[in-house]
Design a protein around this ligand. Structure first.
Ligand code: PLP
Length: 353
């Protein structure tokens, strides 16, 4: 049968679910290994008792908590069903056929897919040799048709960040009516030295075209509940509100996110252990002779080229699920010492095979 489905979707890849098996160590999706804190689990149980009711479509309580925590107004915050949905909606409200969405590559796979679903054209600027977003080249790639720019920082899957200086220089070059989305899904794992640190929310005051995306899926440990948020100029938030799929942030997710914000000190304290492990795993891998990017996220990027797929396949045989990108590299989530050691044992064996 041939149905009346848009033929331009023919070239999009068919989604293939990641393979896993019982007992496998899953280091493929940048999740935290801890389950929810007791206070969060309690909020989830309470909210579950009320799922006969629709959720608050405006997520008022969560939006207000976020605004308070971030030092912005509720009119500058939009909650979404995961920040992937906000990526999608940012594309929807800015871009259509003939328009260009600009981002670095390799980067987050949602960007090219969502761009093409919207009928717009992805413009992918290669990363630098150190696997960092090349912001100078991206500024050069801006055209009349550019409608949206993504800067994934830290970048998924390489973990790298742009420097404060290049980011500022970039923002100064971007036309002030062109939105720049700083996707900070791994923000809580960044540990930049004082001279190199930057605060995206501060930068927004100077560059109102800056949109900051964050999520409860990573450091806050709520990947299964799907909550992310955008901080942006109120005009952008109004547009995002129009594209918002009604009731898509469910009531359990909203309650859990409020509780997680309440426990943020405890949750953020956990990131210190992951950061220490990230640095240990990176240096051990380099000692073994692997080319590993400088990561500021809860994962590391092994630049394996054509070995990426065979490496991940052999790891899976050894019971460790990783995320390969064919011909390019392998992304490995960093969790706690015991799990990381299982991966390192495999990595050591691979070198001496
Ligand atoms: C994980 C991730 C997200 C967050 O996704 P959610 O939809 O909030 O779970 C967003 N951007 C990047 C780059 C990510 O890696």
């Amino acid at each position: 049968m041939t149905f009346r489905i848009r033929s331009d979707l023919d070239s999009l890849p068919v989604y293939v679910p990641g393979k896993t098996f019982p007992g496998a160590l899953k280091l493929a999706s940048n999740e935290v290994t801890h389950g929810p804190l007791p206070a969060v689990a309690e909020a989830i149980a309470q909210a579950a008792a009320g799922v006969n009711r629709y959720p608050d479509n405006a997520a008022v309580a969560l939006t207000e908590e976020l605004a308070k925590t971030l030092g912005v107004t509720p009119a500058e915050v939009q909650v979404g069903c995961g920040s992937v949905t906000l990526c999608q909606n940012l594309i929807t409200v800015t871009s259509g056929p003939g328009d260009e969405v600009l981002f670095g590559w390799r980067s987050f796979e949602t960007y090219p897919l969502a761009t093409r679903i919207a009928g717009a054209t992805p413009v992918q600027v290669p990363l630098t040799g150190d696997a960092v977003y090349d912001l100078d080249a991206m500024a050069d790639a801006i055209t009349e048709r550019t409608r949206l720019i993504f800067v994934c920082n830290p970048n998924n899957p390489t973990g790298t960040v742009v420097s404060a200086q290049t980011l500022r220089r970039f923002l100064e070059r971007v036309p002030d009516d062109l939105l720049v989305v700083l996707d900070e899904a791994y923000y809580e794992y960044m540990r930049l030295s004082p001279g190199h640190a930057y605060d995206a929310l501060e930068l927004r005051r100077e560059f109102p075209n800056l949109v900051v995306l964050r999520t409860f899926s990573k450091a806050y440990g709520l990947a299964g509940l799907r909550v992310g948020y955008a901080v942006a100029h109120s005009e952008v938030i109004v547009a995002l509100g129009k594209a918002h799929l009604p009731f898509s942030v469910n009531s359990v997710a909203q309650a859990a996110a409020v509780a997680a914000l309440g426990a943020q000190n405890q949750l953020l304290a956990r990131t210190d252990a992951v950061v220490a492990e990230r640095d240990r795993v990176t240096s051990e891998l380099r000692t073994l002779g692997y080319a590993v990017a400088d990561s500021q996220a809860n994962f590391v990027w092994l630049m394996l080229g054509d070995d990426a797929v065979p490496f991940a396949a052999a790891a899976a045989e050894a019971g460790v699920i990783l995320r390969p990108f064919a011909g390019d590299g392998v992304r490995v989530t960093v969790t706690h010492r015991e799990e990381n050691n299982v991966f390192l044992a495999f990595a050591r064996k691979w070198r001496t095979r």
